[in-house]
Design a protein around this ligand. Structure first.
Ligand SMILES: O=C(CO)[C@H](O)[C@H](O)COP(=O)(O)O
Length: 220
């Protein structure tokens, strides 16, 4: 099964978790694009969506789905998003698309986080995928030096600005054996807005598309 079809199958399987009349939290990325396209068929049965990026907002609106402000919705019953890597505790690396900050905000405001991905995203140890870190522009160098001190090799994502007007450092060479601890340490570096480890708020359910259909994983 091609990777794209695996993503599509996982994304469409997430529809069954969408409740009538709900506001749905929507992530960002190619897998989520499939979810948005599928959600379009339910647009008259949901109240709308809270989006995690300008890109997803545009796609939601193109399907006639209302995009609501998180400040006016309160907590959300469901957040659906992709991942760059997931381990068996459903801790994730996210931010390949650079939307990690808003993704983390919407995930933390949601009662249930359903992560949709192709099975190639499941790993034993997080970190083969370079860890995205969103930084305030003036802190780029100081944060980069601190990331080197922690054992990583940060690289500026050239020509990229986040929806929040910040930069992304992609950190290579980290073997993330203690995701919770590293997420918290990175949060403490002045100038770091968000890091792409989702361990403080992991996914609740992982839908993995692959050859044999869609596997449903909950945390071990
Ligand atoms: O975190 C993300 C965007 O910031 C995406 O969810 C992640 O990069 C996965 O993307 P895709 O579904 O295209 O493989």
């Amino acid at each position: 099964m091609a990777q794209d079809q695996a993503k599509r199958a996982a994304a469409e399987a997430a529809l069954e978790y969408v409740e009538e009349d709900a506001v749905v939290g929507v992530g960002t990325g190619s897998t989520v694009d499939w979810f948005i396209d599928a959600l379009a068929d339910m647009r008259n049965r949901i109240r709308g969506a809270v989006s995690s990026s300008e890109k997803s907002t545009e796609r939601l609106r193109s399907h006639g789905i209302d995009v609501l402000d998180l400040n006016s919705t309160g907590r959300l019953p469901l957040y659906v998003d992709g991942a760059d890597e997931a381990n068996r505790f459903l801790q994730l690396i996210k931010g390949g698309g650079g939307a990690l900050t808003r993704e983390k905000i919407v995930a933390s405001a949601s009662d249930r986080f359903v992560c949709v991905a192709d099975e190639g995203k499941l790993v034993d140890v997080l970190g083969a995928f370079p860890l995205p870190v969103e930084v305030i522009p003036m802190a780029r160098s100081t944060v980069a030096r601190e990331l080197v001190r922690l054992g990583g090799r940060p690289e500026l994502r050239e020509g990229f600005t986040t929806d929040n007007g910040n930069l992304i450092l992609d950190v290579y060479g980290l073997s993330i054996t203690e995701p919770l601890k590293l997420e918290q340490s990175l949060n403490n570096i002045p100038g770091v807005v968000t890091n792409g480890i989702f361990a403080l708020r992991p996914a609740d359910l992982l839908l993995l598309g692959g050859e044999s259909g869609v596997r449903r994983l909950t945390a071990e």
